[in-house]
Design a protein around this ligand. Structure first.
Ligand SMILES: [Zn+2]
Length: 138
């Protein structure tokens, strides 16, 4: 684990329920109570109809890698000890996409279309769990 503190999470009134659920191992999606649109990341209004009447639904946490990269030179020194690692845009089966790390022994095994499932893992961060994905079946 790195000795450099990691950048903090950005928790706002709109995102706090998301981060609190992630810390308990749950993945929440924001759902518009007016038009039914499901979105992620959390916002103060629906991006489809602009309603501020928003609620939460729990994601099944399953999806597929839409695109990815393997980080060999981290953008922050706190992750220097973690390289190489995979970061992917995962399209959840419910529709929204989430950018998150893919845990596993070989980051070069990640591929477009790879089925993954959500896990909450600290990834070595003393601040606690955040969303990650692992290969389906692992
Ligand atoms: Zn809406």
């Amino acid at each position: 684990m790195s000795e450099t503190p990691r950048p903090g999470r950005l928790s706002t009134p709109a995102t706090a329920p998301y981060w609190q659920a992630a810390a308990r191992g749950r993945l929440l999606l924001q759902q518009c109570l007016h038009c039914g649109h499901t979105q992620l990341y959390p916002r103060t209004l629906c991006v489809r109809c602009w309603s501020e009447d928003l609620g939460w639904q729990e994601s099944a946490g399953e999806g597929a890698v839409k695109t990815f990269t393997v980080i060999e030179v981290p953008g922050h020194p706190a992750w220097r000890a973690e390289v190489p690692y995979a970061i992917a845009l995962v399209e959840l089966d419910e529709g929204p996409c989430l950018l998150a790390g893919i845990l596993g022994p070989d980051p070069y095994d990640v591929a477009v279309g790879l089925r993954v499932r959500f896990v909450a893992d600290s990834g070595g961060d003393p601040a606690g769990p955040i969303p990650f994905f692992v290969r389906d079946g692992s």
